[in-house]
Design a protein around this ligand. Sequence first.
Ligand code: G3P
Ligand code: CA
Length: 242
Amino acid sequence: MTLIFAHRGSAGTHPENTMEAFYEAERVMADGIELDVQLTKDGEMVVIHDETVDRTTNGKGFVKDYTLKEIQKLQANFKFKSKLFKKNRVPSLREVFQWLKGNKLLCNIELKNSIMDYQGLEEKVIGLIREFGYENRIIISSFNHYSIVACYRLEPAVEIAPLYSSRLFMPWIYAQSIRAKAIHPNLKAVRDEIIIEAMNNGIGVRPYTVNKADQMERLLNLGCTAFVTDYPEKAWKLRENK
Ligand code: G3P
Ligand code: CA
């Protein structure tokens, strides 16, 4: 069965990377969530997509210049101005992990360290995964492949998956060489043959960001491992009606 990962929670319907978006993913029965992690000034892992808070909160400046306490004073209800989301804020990864205790969702953590050089991020994320005993329900991905390999070396029980957006030649061979069990390509970077060939070679494929019904249908028909979408409810209904 093709698994459905709710992108940044359920970014199509709720403020991205907030607890409310993750609750929505659970409500609509997604199989997993995808979220983005950056580091604060005081070394805390926080769930936010950009290096700065400008786009998704009412604050300004780099995440790395805020402490956890400071960043959590900001409103994170970007685009969704309804009163419902007035109290949304930037969650810490620990808060998300606490909530995961109450459900069986998988969690794809994207380390946002391609531009930023967040020293010690790999040790921190592996440490938290170990503390919660989540080795079997987390997938760590990043566009920074050095970083995911570093995570694997720290904890081989945690799955890693390289993110990429160009048309790689035989990406399953690359994945095998870095001990990744799956690839996370931009949907535009994979043709059907690549998906099939990767899976035939034992490498899963979880394309992002799959929002249109025809794209979802295509992946469901191929039996693709999973996909990442802003609209998990729509994906679930399509899968249900297969
Ligand atoms: O899961 C992959 C996807 O989230 C990568 O792109 O920019 O949405 O983090 P972005
Ligand atoms: Ca992401």
